[in-house]
Design a protein around this ligand. Structure first.
Ligand SMILES: NC(=O)c1ccc[n+]([C@@H]2O[C@H](COP(=O)([O-])OP(=O)(O)OC[C@H]3O[C@@H](n4cnc5c(N)ncnc54)[C@H](O)[C@@H]3O)[C@@H](O)[C@H]2O)c1
Ligand SMILES: [Zn+2]
Ligand SMILES: [Zn+2]
Length: 372
């Protein structure tokens, strides 16, 4: 082998170095869920290819989602103790299985929070979230991205190439929050030119819904939260009005603002009963309640008040079918999701990152970037 003459020594040498170095890596650091309320940084074996359609991605940047906090609260029973958390991130392909054709070692990629086989009935309908061979499994049913390496199943249809010159920080927001805000909130909520939109919850998901709702030029985007800092961010991002509901008067204020009608689209971006009830109370006749939040306990649907209002209620696990489109809007600077990043940590400080993200009212955190 050594006697082969290489005509392109630079490329060859670089590829050789990355393969040799990563091949030597046997253990890695990872953030592990240890049961409700418990998590720790542990050393874990580096993942290996287990199906020919897998790729191993060396994570470069990852982040924490509100859903990770739900898992830690015990709201997501599919996620068992011992699981490496995380379903967002960008990285570099470290290994590919024999059947992977769209990616090669060294390619820079976005990891989608949804794994899709591209072949099952649900995938053929564009409902990747319910792929019978995947769906939301990363950091839930299989080990996730808050680690130095991750095994990504169905790599060809679950990873996206990072365009030359693109900013990786902004692209971390494409793994989950931008498609979630857009698909579950804006598309399901049927936001239209001139319509009135209220978004309950100004966390990263609510703000992602706000950024992407602007594609459709609604007349009003009203942001509701309990956190003054997040509402100020929402104003800076272009919310036409903000309401702090710590006094419990959001419904009254919205009714006053809308001549007693309510809003055409009420997006629930929190995941607790109170915020869903707020949406029920503010939706106008003919409107849509678009639920985005992950709910761990029951929320009442008041049909005794809503049966005659011609409304729709939608739920959705993000499909990430809009990721390629959203990538183009980020590339062309129609939206700038980098604005959502407030803090940065190294992987070995990920517990501090969780603390900062979990205490957003005190720390002002929105998205925290964890770098390797
Ligand atoms: N459907 C999906 O596919 C999907 C995907 C990703 C995230 N999610 C869910 O979306 C939700 C939002 O995610 P996030 O990362 O922005 O979470 P987050 O916890 O950072 O933000 C939630 C916001 O809601 C505010 N809030 C709490 N109670 C409120 C109330 N009663 N009224 C108004 N505001 C209230 C909080 O102050 C906070 O700013 C979470 O439930 C998350 O699990 C769903
Ligand atoms: Zn998420
Ligand atoms: Zn599928």
């Amino acid at each position: 082998m050594k006697s082969l003459i290489c005509l392109n020594p630079c490329v060859c040498a670089a590829a050789d170095v990355s393969l040799t170095n990563n091949a030597e890596v046997k253990v890695m650091k990872a953030l592990v869920y240890q049961g409700p309320g418990k998590k720790a940084v542990e050393e874990r074996p580096k993942p290996e290819i287990s199906a020919p359609t897998d790729a191993i991605v060396r994570i470069v940047k990852t982040t924490i989602c509100g859903t990770d906090l739900h898992i830690l609260k015990g709201d997501v029973p599919t996620c068992a103790p011992g699981r490496i958390l995380g379903h967002e991130g960008v990285g570099v392909i470290d290994r590919v299985g024999a059947a992977v054709t769209a990616f090669q070692v060294g390619d820079r990629v976005i990891v989608s929070c949804i794994s899709s086989c591209g072949k099952c009935d649900y995938c053929r309908r564009g409902m990747y979230s319910h792929c019978v061979n995947g769906g939301w499994i990363l950091g839930n049913k299989i080990d996730g991205t808050q680690a130095e390496f991750v095994r990504t199943p169905h790599a060809d249809t679950s990873l996206y190439h990072i365009p030359e010159g693109a900013e990786e920080d902004a692209l971390v927001m494409l793994s989950d929050i931008l498609p979630t805000g857009f698909e579950c909130g804006v598309l399901n909520g049927k936001v239209q030119p001139g319509s009135t939109v209220a978004i309950v919850g100004a966390g990263p998901i609510g703000l992602a819904a706000q950024l992407t709702a602007q594609f459709y030029s609604p007349a009003e985007i009203i942001m509701i939260d309990l956190d003054a800092n997040r509402l100020e961010v929402a104003s800076r991002f272009g919310a036409t009005r903000t309401i702090n509901n710590t006094d419990g008067k959001a419904v009254e204020k919205i009714m006053n603002m809308t001549n007693g009608l309510g809003v055409d689209t009420a997006i629930e971006a929190v995941g607790v009963p109170a915020s869903f009830i707020t949406c029920e109370d503010i939706v106008a006749p003919g409107g849509v309640i678009a639920n985005v939040g992950v709910h761990g306990v029951k929320a009442d649907l008041h049909l005794e008040r809503l049966w005659d209002r011609n409304i729709s209620v939608t739920t959705r696990l993000v499909d990430t079918v809009t990721t390629p489109m959203l990538l183009k809007t980020v590339q062309s600077r129609k939206i700038d999701p980098k604005k959502l990043i407030t803090h940065r940590f190294k992987l070995d400080k990920i517990l501090d990152a969780y603390e900062t993200f979990g205490a957003a009212a005190k720390t002002g955190a929105l998205k925290v970037i964890i770098e390797m």
